[in-house]
Write a protein that binds this ligand. Structure first.
Ligand code: BDR
Ligand code: CA
Length: 312
């Protein structure tokens, strides 16, 4: 049976590739909807980018929703320095022929979770978790129907990428991340520990550049732009492809490994704001609430991505 999922995102070049991967895996994933949130850029742009990506692959059967325009408590911090003014600079995408669904993303999340049945669907947040947290606050009963929240965010063992301590998605809305991690729902974290091992090296990019499909051509342009900014920043052999890790995990969990740990989020103002505090060595009494992924078969991941993007 296909796994029912909702992708909650702020596209974003790496979000875009996550969406293209999910669209290309319609035999394995039942993508019930795409909910957008403010993050990399403001909500009107993340929504527009999601609509353009849907247009590219002609998947108008997948509804797209606008969600929360700002974090729960903090002012919105955006990342045009990484993603460009549009949030998705560097790629030519078609103008959307259809708009977003008029319902609010949080209403859609609640309604869909309620009708999914016990452990009936998986949520995949790859931006700040404002929409997911708001849904869990408004309707705590939905927790029982969520099999798993597999999210991109945080950093367990290494430094942050937006501050010395914090990864961008958790930093933008640390209160939302905390609500999700304290919700009691099964969570799986794809933080910088693992995503910085999923590097889009020149050889891996060349394989994607050779694809002759709408998704492949778009991914090639996206990675050319994305590589330029992140390679300068980190000095690695390629840019870390964060968000697609979540979708690849759903398709091929054997590519990933990690550890069950208690994971807290620092919501105090100060240098640790947005830090995910992962109890890697079991130092506290608190029980694990998160599977923290740190390992990836990066070649297997890029093989999967390339094969899928070559199909749609
Ligand atoms: C995360 O922040 C965003 O800029 C990316 O889309 C990704 O979700 C990485 O820290
Ligand atoms: Ca993202």
């Amino acid at each position: 049976m296909k796994r029912k999922i909702i992708i909650d995102c702020d596209p974003g070049q790496d979000d875009a590739i996550a969406l293209l991967l999910a669209f290309a895996a319609s035999d394995a994933l039942d993508l019930l909807g795409i909910t957008c949130v403010a993050g990399n850029v403001g909500l009107p742009l993340t929504l527009r980018n999601a609509l353009k990506l849907r247009e590219l692959v002609g998947r108008h059967d997948v509804p797209v929703f606008a969600g929360c325009p700002r974090p729960i408590l903090q002012r919105l911090e955006t990342a045009e320095h990484v993603h460009g003014e549009t949030g998705l600079d560097g790629v030519d995408l078609p103008e959307p022929s259809f708009g977003a669904d008029r319902r609010h993303a949080v209403d859609f999340l609640i309604k869909t979770c309620r009708s999914a049945g016990l452990n009936g669907l998986t949520l995949c947040p790859v931006g700040p978790m404002t929409n997911i947290a708001t849904a869990l606050v408004m309707a705590p009963d939905i927790g029982a129907n969520i099999a798993e929240i597999a999210f991109m965010g945080g950093a367990a063992l290494g430094p942050g990428n937006i501050t010395p301590a914090a990864e961008f998605n958790v930093f933008v809305d640390p209160h939302a991340a905390r609500i999700v991690l304290e919700s009691g729902v099964r969570t799986t974290m794809f933080g910088l520990d693992v995503t910085h091992k999923a590097l889009a090296t020149p050889a891996r990019r060349a394989a994607i550049d050779a694809l002759d499909t709408p998704s492949g051509r778009a991914a090639s342009q996206i990675l050319a732009y994305y590589d330029r900014t992140d390679v300068d920043k980190y000095g690695d052999a390629g840019a870390p492809l964060h968000d697609p890790c979540v979708i690849a995990y759903l398709l091929a969990p054997e590519l990933f490994d990690g550890r069950d740990c208690h994971t807290a989020v620092s919501t105090e103002d100060g240098p640790a704001l947005g830090r995910t505090v992962v109890d890697w060595w079991g130092r506290s009494e608190a029980l694990p609430n998160c599977r923290v992924i740190t390992e990836i078969d990066a070649n297997g991941f890029f093989d999967l991505l390339t094969e899928r993007l070559g199909q749609v």
